[in-house]
Design a binder for this molecule. Structure first.
Ligand code: NAD
Length: 351
């Protein structure tokens, strides 16, 4: 199993019911009082963690928000200081983890993250923040969480549609890692492991969303895919998703799910051998169509038009996505990207 942490990696645990051990984990970090973080929607989960912490709970800040706005992070830091907390516990998806990272960036307090989606942010030293509507991303060892507790029971509440898009968001990290310029044998093996966990686990989760062993498998996939995102650079797929998400305010995971087969297909023409693990894992004869078939079987969203993107938006998106050069295995051409976006807009399988 490749998900054994290296010495400098966070402490990573998998297991049903792990959330009940938070007080021990706080003590293990040498801390006394934790501020619990969540979105407003997951406030009940934050309260349950505070209860499990007992006298180690300093308070709850339940205002985590998509794209980590700096004003919310600054308020959370004030709250951390007011409550005397010396560590944070994030329970939630990438938005809540983002808030924990933003607090750690500003204060260097240790973080315990209890992920409830497959976004994988907990496994990276990367933080995206928004200020005056502009999102910037930084990489800093300070934002890498110290402890990650993967409790599959917590993911059973993730709605089916989000389960699928969040899983494909994770698979996208792994697929792009296969052709990253700075890939290593280890990052490739981790990417393959992550994709395999989702190929095996996701169909079983959809059959029975409360299947704990299948949920754990998908969480192992999330960790592997997240870790690989922290190790290597991303290319066309992530660039397109950021451009589309930022320009048209699209849902993060849905955008990843829709673009993935098309971005992979675009690059498969240049590096078919590097992308061969995708067909080995998901079946079929070509990686883009294989991912499209898997997404279709999982009932994932397939078409940008269903997210409210118009045909007119595609020209603008193609311009933006081709403006600044970035490393990518297949040459980036305006016509090629416009064609890719057309297929992603209509939702047809890449050909
Ligand atoms: P999210 O955290 O925004 O969650 C979406 C909604 O689902 C929220 O309302 C949340 O409370 C709810 N939710 C989460 N888990 C749930 C559960 N188990 N049951 C019921 N409701 C649940 O979504 P996300 O896709 O996890 O995260 C997206 C964000 O993470 C984006 O801002 C993205 O940029 C960031 N991200 C960062 C990195 C990184 O390395 N920095 C990596 C991946 C994603």
């Amino acid at each position: 199993m490749l998900t054994q942490p290296a010495p400098s990696s966070p402490r990573v645990r998998f297991g049903a019911g792990l959330r009940h051990t938070v007080a021990e984990e706080v003590a293990r970090l040498g801390c006394k009082h934790a501020l619990v973080l969540s979105t407003p929607q997951q406030c009940d989960s934050a309260m349950a963690i505070a209860e499990a912490l007992s006298d180690k709970a300093a308070g709850i800040f339940a205002r985590a928000t998509m794209h980590t706005p700096v004003e919310i992070s600054d308020e959370a830091v004030t709250h951390l200081r007011d409550t005397g907390a010396d560590c944070v516990i994030a329970i939630g998806g990438g938005s809540t983890t983002g808030l924990a990272k933003a607090i750690a960036l500003r204060t260097d307090v240790p973080q315990i993250v209890i992920p409830t989606t497959y976004a994988g942010s907990e496994a990276t030293p990367i933080l995206g923040q928004t200020e005056n509507g502009i999102k910037t991303t930084l990489t800093d060892a300070k934002v890498q969480p110290e402890t990650i507790l993967y409790d599959p029971e917590l993911v059973t509440s993730l709605p089916t549609a989000m389960t699928v898009t969040s899983a494909l968001n994770a698979v996208a990290h792994a697929a792009e890692a296969l052709y990253a310029e700075n890939r290593t044998n280890h990052s490739t093996a981790l990417a393959v492991e992550g994709m395999q966990h989702f190929a095996d686990g996701l169909p079983a989760v959809l059959e029975n969303p409360t299947n704990i062993s299948a949920r754990e498998k998908t969480l192992r996939g999330a960790y592997a895919c997240g870790a690989v995102l922290g190790q290597v650079g991303m290319a066309l797929h992530h660039k397109l998703c950021h451009t589309l998400g930022g320009s048209f305010d699209l849902p993060h995971a849905d955008t990843h799910a829709i673009i993935l087969p098309h971005a992979v297909h675009y690059n498969a023409q240049a590096v078919p051998d590097l992308l061969k693990p995708v067909t080995d894992i998901f079946g079929g004869t070509a990686p883009g169509p294989a991912l499209h078939a898997f997404a279709t079987k999982m009932n994932a969203p397939l078409a940008l038009q269903d997210l409210g993107v118009t045909q007119d938006n595609l020209d603008n998106a193609a311009d933006l996505a081709t403006q600044k050069p970035y490393p990518n295995p297949a040459p980036i051409t305006r016509d090629g990207i416009r064609q890719l976006l057309q297929a992603a807009w209509s939702g047809t399988a890449p050909t």
